[in-house]
Structure formats: structure tokens, C-alpha cells
Design a protein around this ligand. Structure first.
Ligand SMILES: C[S@@+](CC[C@H](N)C(=O)[O-])C[C@H]1O[C@@H](n2cnc3c(N)ncnc32)[C@H](O)[C@@H]1O
Length: 195
């Protein structure tokens, strides 16, 4: 069950037509952040800040979430959600811009968790950047990884379904990663960086 603050953030997302992760996906991300005792997290696709609130709830108290989105209005709503939830301003770094331009500026091996939300056209590029950012032992997560349950359907051959299949294969074949596809929400791909 979402807290009143999360319910408010979800209402804000719905009001502005911004997609948000399911409560089960959020709870899984919160658990991952807590298990990692995450101090540094990057989120690609801020939306209205719903996923961010789950991540912040699991992260170490002094942890900082860097979140990137190209939509100023979405980030305005996210900031309102952070404020309403009592998140200290220093715990979030919201960056307005295209992830393809922002991610290359972030440091190698400096992050505990990278969450990539949607952005199908550039997903492969964001995954590569995300893996570069992770420290050994860090975790990459991709939400909506089954793309509304279309990825397992062999009749679907359009983008972004094929892009996701290629990303799954790339991650599966990489011996430095330990991946699992969790059937929460519309699929949550989680991959630990072993080294
Ligand atoms: C699904 S929402 C993020 C939701 C958020 N992670 C959550 O669950 O609360 C995806 C966000 O990424 C941005 N986005 C995704 N794909 C995009 C694209 N191709 N071009 C521009 N913005 C995109 C949207 O602005 C939107 O805010």
C-alpha cells in the first residue's frame, strides 16, 4: 500500500498524464536500494517522481538521487512531490536534458544503482552508459522491460520490442553481469555488475 505522499505523487502523475511505475515495481526498487545501502543512484526518466520516491525511501539517509528528464513540466511535478514528501533538497539532483547528453558527463564506476525508465529509441545507449556508471556490485534496472507484455510475443517485431530483445541478449551474454527478469509491473529487468 502506497504512503499518502506516494498516493499524492501518483495523483499528480495522473493529472499530468505522466506514466508511473506500479506499487510492486516501486517496492522492488526500494528493496534493491535498501539492500545495496545505495548512496548514489541515477534515474533516466524522472516522470512525476514516483519511482524516485521509492528509491529515496530505500537509499541510505545521506544518499543522493540524480534524475534526468527532457520534460521541464515533469521535473516540476517531481520536485513538488519531493517537497511534499519532506525530501531534503540535497538528496536529489534533477537534471533537465537528454540522457544521451547528460549520462556521458557522469563519472565511471561511481553509482550503486542505475534505473532506466522507457526511452525506447535510445535504450541501448542508456544501458551502455548505465553499465559504465555502475561500481562493481552495483545494479542496473530497466522498468517496463516486457513493454506491455509484447516482448515475449513472437508475432511482435516492431520497435521497441525488438530493441528490448537485443538488450536482453546483450545483457544475458555478458559474463560480467548477473541478470534476472522479474515479473512485476510490466517487467523489471535487474542486472548486477559482478566486476
Ligand atoms: C515512464 S516516465 C518515468 C516514470 C518514472 N520513472 C516513475 O515511474 O515515476 C518516462 C519519462 O521519461 C521521459 N521520456 C521517456 N522516453 C522519452 C523520449 N523518447 N523522449 C523524451 N522523453 C522521454 C518522459 O518525459 C517521462 O517523464
Amino acid at each position: 500500500m502506497d504512503s499518502p505522499e506516494l498516493q499524492q505523487a501518483r495523483s499528480r502523475a495522473a493529472e499530468f498524464g505522466i506514466p508511473a511505475i506500479s506499487p510492486a515495481t516501486g517496492a522492488t526498487l526500494r528493496t534493491l536500494a535498501a539492500t545495496l545501502q545505495a548512496k548514489t543512484v541515477v534515474e533516466v526518466g524522472t516522470g512525476a517522481g514516483v519511482a524516485a520516491l521509492y528509491l529515496l525511501a530505500g537509499m541510505a539517509p545521506q544518499g543522493v538521487l540524480t534524475t534526468i528528464d527532457v520534460e521541464a513540466e515533469h521535473q516540476r511535478q517531481a520536485k513538488a512531490s519531493f517537497k511534499a514528501s519532506g525530501i531534503a533538497p540535497g538528496r536529489t539532483r534533477t537534471i533537465l536534458g537528454r540522457p544521451g547528453e547528460v549520462l556521458p558527463r557522469l563519472a565511471d564506476s561511481a553509482y550503486d544503482l542505475v534505473l532506466v525508465a522507457e526511452w525506447p529509441e535510445q535504450l541501448a545507449e542508456h544501458v551502455e552508459q548505465g553499465l559504465r556508471l555502475l561500481r562493481p556490485g552495483g545494479v542496473l534496472a530497466i522498468t517496463n522491460a516486457l513493454w506491455h507484455d509484447q516482448v515475449p510475443d513472437p508475432a511482435r517485431r516492431d520497435e521497441p520490442v525488438t530493441a528490448l530483445r537485443r538488450i536482453f541478449a546483450r545483457i544475458r551474454e555478458d559474463e560480467s553481469l548477473a541478470p534476472v527478469l522479474l515479473p512485476v509491473g510490466s517487467g523489471l529487468l535487474v542486472a548486477s555488475k559482478l566486476r
